[in-house]
Design a binder for this molecule. Sequence first.
Ligand SMILES: Cc1cc2nc3c(=O)[nH]c(=O)nc-3n(C[C@H](O)[C@H](O)[C@H](O)COP(=O)(O)OP(=O)(O)OC[C@H]3O[C@@H](n4cnc5c(N)ncnc54)[C@H](O)[C@@H]3O)c2cc1C
Length: 398
Amino acid sequence: MKEKGIKVIKEKCVGCGACIKACPFGAVTLESKIAVIDLDKCTLCGACKEACPFGAIVIYKPQGVKTDVSGYKNVWVFIEREEQKIASVSFELLGKARVLAGDLKSKVVAVFLGSDIKKDTQELIYKGADEVILVEKKELGHFIAENYANTIVRLIQKYKPEIVLAGATTTGRSLVSRIAVKIRTGLTADCTGLDIDKEKKLLIQTRPAFGGNIMAQIITPNYRPQMATVRHKVMKELPPDKNREGKVIEEVLDGKIIDDRIEFVKFIKEESYKVNLADADIIVSGGRGLGEPKNFSLIRELAAALNAAVGASRAAVDAGWIPYSHQVGQTGRTVAPKIYIACGISGQIQHLVGMQSSKIIVAINKDPDAPIFKIANYGIVGDLFKVIPLLVEKIKSK
Ligand SMILES: Cc1cc2nc3c(=O)[nH]c(=O)nc-3n(C[C@H](O)[C@H](O)[C@H](O)COP(=O)(O)OP(=O)(O)OC[C@H]3O[C@@H](n4cnc5c(N)ncnc54)[C@H](O)[C@@H]3O)c2cc1C
């Protein structure tokens, strides 16, 4: 197997030259009307393969050829925007990236793509970035996975980051999976913990596996960058430090990064986002202990008294008592409010992984041995049908 995993199938190539135009590195030429790839210039970005209308270019995984990991440096965070504002998951990742970069003695670099976004770069520096790589382009104004992936692949090839982090959001997930495939490196989705093995300088990526029954630790020793996604609210955002200084690198990329087969038409916000669990300061959640759907009114009453959002366990959602958009846990939302009140929820691991970062956890459960009490700061052992009305009365009387 050749060192570089790319080849031209001569029988299919008609010498049209589409690959020559597409290659940003000038690595393709024609010889006797057949495309020839200069392996010294080629970075395996895949632009030629995508441009070839005849399927004449093949990129294959080079077996046993590992990345030379020595030249890779710095911790990158993909900065996601939500309705033209920086998504808070990106700030959380900058906070974590600072810790990782501290262990690696490297820099935190924010990768910021969009249109008319330069004004927001300072905020990224205040919240942890040492450098911001800024790519401003009209076509990057709205997130289109293919265009963003093409852009970031080019940046990775140029700067060689050691670690790339993104939010485990719809945007982050659709983006980094594409990048990992194009770059041919590993990706761990939905991490709940990130650390550095200080001896080997490797990123330890922790995530629940087998239905949350084990916490798997995953490493990427042979390929770079090491890539991971992390859910919103799992990591802690740093408070802004207006004395922090950083560098903004404005990148102008030439060559084809925009996929003109795709056009942005309209952004329609998913209905379930209205529940807005992720940003609530207080969440009151109900579980199977409520017994039947109508009893969710108790949870809603307590939530209204506290100006809180309503959450639920999967058991309550599966029973059809409340829509899925309220579910907290491994297969629902990850939340980290200031106060999380779990009512009639036993505290199985799949629920805990979605709320254990809450600042204060209050549990109401009639079973004193319920696992939720192990992580609760305040536990009320009692019948929720008696406890909740008393709480509501007390709060309302204040
Ligand atoms: C792959 C996978 C993914 C999953 N994802 C999630 C997820 O995202 N979120 C999630 O929540 N679960 C998830 N689960 C399910 C999880 O394992 C539990 O089954 C679920 O969390 C249990 O919900 P519960 O605590 O409401 O119900 P139970 O475990 O049945 O607990 C009910 C609790 O209510 C208490 N109770 C009963 N009556 C009263 C009363 N009158 N007053 C006070 N307390 C009372 C009981 O003592 C008990 O502790 C997942 C499971 C799997 C396998």
